[in-house]
Design a protein around this ligand. Structure first.
Ligand SMILES: O=C(O)CCC(=O)C(=O)O
Ligand SMILES: [Fe+2]
Length: 321
C-alpha cells in the first residue's frame, strides 16, 4: 500500500463544521494505514518553501569553521549539526547530512543565536515560515481531533497551546544532504538519514525533488515516498502513537543514498517541522473520546509510569546525538 493523499480544499459539505469533520475522518483514515499522508492545498506555497531553502542553503554552503560557531546547543535544541553528528538509527553510523535545528521556544526568544550576520535576513524569513507551519499544524490537529471524535474540551489543541513559545519544543529543522564526493567511501550501513520514528505528535515534511525518503509499510517493507509537487507530507509521531494507545502508528522511515552515479553527486534538501505536545503533557495517557467513537478502544495500563512530552524528546535527543 502506498502513501494516501488528502486534499484540504475538498468542499462537499453544508457547513464549516461538517467540512472539518469530513476532512478529519479522511485524515485519520489516511494516517491509520501507513502513518503518512500527502496533504494538498495546505496553504503553504512552494515559493515559500523555496525561499526558506534558499536562505538556509546559503548557510550550509559556508565554510565549516563559520558554521561551527552556531553549533547545536543540546539543551535548547537550537543550532547547526554537522555531517555524521547525529545517528537517527542508534545502531548505525552517523547520518550523512547537515542540519540546522530551530526549536521555536528559543527561536522566538532573546536567547536565539540566529546566523543573521552570516546570512542576512535568515531569521525573519525562517520565523515567518515557522508561523505558517504552526497555523497549518494547529489546523491539522483540529481536524485529527474531529476525525478521532475526541471530546471537544480534550481535543489535541489543548495540549499544544505553547507552540513557538516557552513550554513547548516544536522545532523546524532545515536539512541539507550534500552531494557525495567522488572519492568518498560510505561506512557500512550509513544512510542520509537512518531508520527512525519521529518523536512528536505529527511532523510536516517538505521535501525537494531529489527523492530518497522511504516509509515502512504494514508488511514491514520499505516503500518510496516520492516527492509530490505542491503537497506537504504529514506523519504520525511517537506522542500521537502513545496517546492513541498504538491505534495510530509512528511509522519507521529513512532517507537512503541514491544508487545512480548522477544522483550520488546531487544534493537533497528538506524542511521538517516537528510538532511536540506542551512540556507537561502526559503522553502515555489515553485521549478522551466522545461516547461511540470507533477509536475509543483503549488498551492502557493505568499503572504505567507517566512520561511527559519533554522527557520523551530529551531522552530521544540524548540517545541520537
Ligand atoms: O529529509 C527527509 O525527507 C526526512 C528527514 C526525517 O525523517 C527527519 O529529520 O526526521
Ligand atoms: Fe523523520
Amino acid at each position: 500500500m502506498g502513501v494516501p493523499l488528502v486534499d484540504l480544499q475538498f468542499s462537499d459539505a453544508d457547513s464549516e463544521l461538517e467540512l472539518k469533520e469530513k476532512l478529519g475522518r479522511n485524515l485519520v483514515e489516511a494516517v491509520s494505514t501507513v502513518g503518512f499522508v500527502y496533504v494538498k492545498n495546505s496553504g503553504i506555497s512552494s515559493e515559500s518553501v523555496a525561499r526558506v531553502n534558499e536562505v538556509t542553503e546559503d548557510f550550509f554552503k559556508r565554510p565549516s569553521e563559520k558554521k561551527r560557531k552556531y553549533q547545536r546547543d543540546p539543551e535548547q535544541n537550537f543550532g547547526y549539526v554537522g555531517i555524521e553528528a547525529e545517528r537517527t538509527d542508534v545502531h548505525k553510523p552517523g547520518d550523512y547530512k547537515e542540519a540546522f535545528d530551530m526549536s521555536g521556544d528559543v527561536g522566538f526568544s532573546e536567547a536565539a543565536h540566529w546566523p543573521d550576520d552570516l546570512v542576512p535576513g535568515y531569521s525573519a524569513l525562517v520565523k515567518d515560515f515557522m508561523k505558517q507551519c504552526k497555523r497549518l499544524g494547529l489546523y491539522l490537529l483540529e481536524l485529527l481531533s474531529l476525525g478521532l471524535q475526541l471530546e471537544p474540551e480534550h481535543n489535541l489543541l489543548k495540549c499544544h497551546r505553547s507552540i513557538l513559545s516557552e513550554g513547548n519544543k516544536t522545532t523546524l529543522r532545515s536539512l541539507y544532504y550534500p552531494p557525495l564526493p567522488r572519492d568518498m567511501k560510505l561506512l557500512d550501513g550509513q544512510l542520509r538519514c537512518g531508520e527512525h520514528t519521529d518523536y512528536g505528535t505529527i511532523t510536516l515534511l517538505f521535501q525537494d525533488k531529489a527523492g530518497g525518503l522511504q516509509v515502512k509499510n504494514s508488511d514491514g517493507d520499505y516503500v518510496d515516498a516520492l516527492p509530490l509537487e505542491d503537497t506537504v507530507l504529514i506523519n504520525v509521531g511517537d506522542m500521537l502513537e502513545y496517546q492513541t494507545c498504538g491505534q495510530l502508528r509512528s511509522t519507521m522511515h529513512r532517507v537512503v543514498i541514491p544508487i545512480s552515479d548522477v544522483n550520488l553527486r546531487s544534493l537533497r534538501r528538506s524542511l521538517v517541522y516537528f510538532i511536540y505536545a506542551d512540556h507537561s503533557t502526559i503522553i502515555n495517557k489515553p485521549l478522551v473520546y466522545k461516547p461511540g467513537s470507533p477509536w475509543d478502544k483503549v488498551n492502557h495500563d493505568p499503572n504505567a509510569a507517566p512520561i511527559t512530552a519533554l522527557e520523551h524528546v530529551y531522552r530521544k535527543w540524548g540517545a541520537t546525538y
